[in-house]
Design a protein around this ligand. Structure first.
Ligand code: PLP
Ligand code: COI
Length: 339
């Protein structure tokens, strides 16, 4: 434990001390249980294994200069897990119990919250799965909510340095009226083949287009997209993307910094008019985009040639991080201190 090199952490799994679990049986949720096992013992016919009845979340906790641990917008993650549960017909875990479980798992693993200034944070991964033997396609009779934590560094190796992204029209991560707006495992399974292909060509991610018409920007495999132009923050409106809590927060920060905010369909060609472009999300934070190669149309949109992020991305990144780690006061009520 004494030998974790916090500033060298990547976005990966590290064993911590405890996880917190809760079971839904006979129509009701039980008590929160603490486990030190990393293993689940589940029925081989569980619906999470066969029919993708599962949803997850991702949020972070940060250590401040004052030594306090702050968690960012966990109520929003609790609500989104409920939306995901409705989407794949699972029992909904109450938001207040979600917050209680998150607080508990952070407290129990407090020694894994990276120190202030290390650039690392504690990633919190809640999971909800369908359990019980079920062979026909139908919702499970039982569910398990689980939350574990792991200390992490940047999701993309580049960190806060511009990285290249590509467009490939032959892949979708979600259907037009499908599961794109909820956080279910199937969306990520659907993104693996395109992701591997893109990485093989040197890109960090795929920027998906809307799956119906392939005319508008959607989002990247693990993060939302935004662009900056004419003092305006533009981000896609679409019914096949995840409503990102980071993006929602950045829209608020941008507005309060005096930028205009536009959430609307963004035609692919509009990329040519953007001054800055970036991915955003809990794991990605803000990952600036150096260029977007449209591999089908043989076009390149360049946003950074000097390896530096744009000025607005830098301002937004600094503001978000100072609120998250408590360097600045939080007028929005986004952070909660873990006592
Ligand atoms: N889009 C996708 C597909 C994601 O997996 C994530 C990560 O959770 C995001 C966007 C960003 O969402 P958030 O900012 O809530 O983490
Ligand atoms: C997150 O940003 O928390 C995510 O879940 C993205 C990815 C790791 C799946």
């Amino acid at each position: 434990m004494g030998n974790i090199n916090w500033s060298e952490l990547s976005f990966g799994y590290m064993k911590t001390d405890y996880n917190v679990r809760c079971y839904y049986r006979d129509g009701k949720w039980g008590e929160l249980e603490v486990s030190s096992s990393e293993i689940l013992n589940i029925h081989m016919a569980a619906t999470c294994l066969h029919y993708g009845q599962e949803a997850f979340e991702g949020l972070k906790a940060f250590r401040g200069k004052d030594g306090k641990v702050r968690v960012f917008r966990m109520d929003e993650n609790g609500k989104r897990l409920q939306a995901s549960s409705q989407g794949v017909v699972m029992a909904e875990f109450p938001v207040d119990r979600f917050e209680e479980a998150v607080r508990k798992v952070i407290k129990l693993n407090e020694r894994f919250v990276p120190p202030y200034g290390s650039g690392a944070s504690l990633y919190i991964r809640p999971l909800l799965i369908g359990l019980g033997a079920q062979v026909g396609v139908a919702p499970a009779p039982e569910y398990m909510f689980l939350v574990f934590v792991t200390p992490v560094g940047p999701y993309f190796k580049s960190g806060f340095k511009p990285a290249p992204v590509c467009i490939m029209r032959s892949y979708d991560r979600a259907a037009p009226q499908g599961t794109g707006t909820i956080k279910v495992g199937g969306n990520y399974a659907a993104s693996l083949a395109a992701g591997r292909k893109a990485q093989g060509k040197g890109y960090v991610a795929v920027l998906y287009l809307d799956p119906k018409e392939k005319k508008y920007l959607d989002e990247c495999g693990p993060a939302n997209f935004f662009g900056i132009k004419n003092n305006t923050y533009v981000t896609p409106a679409s019914n096949s993307i995840l409503p990102s809590i980071t993006n929602k927060s950045l829209q608020q920060l941008a507005e309060d910094m005096g930028l205009k905010v536009e959430r609307r369909p963004i035609p692919v060609e509009e990329l040519a008019t953007l001054e800055e472009a970036a991915e955003c999300g809990t794991a990605a934070v803000i990952t600036p985009i150096s260029k977007i190669d449209d591999l089908d149309e043989n076009k390149s949109y360049i946003f950074s040639e000097n390896g530096k992020p744009g000025a607005t991305c830098v301002k937004l990144y600094n503001k978000l991080q100072s609120i998250q780690n408590g360097d600045e006061s939080d007028p929005y009520g986004w952070v909660k201190i873990i006592e």
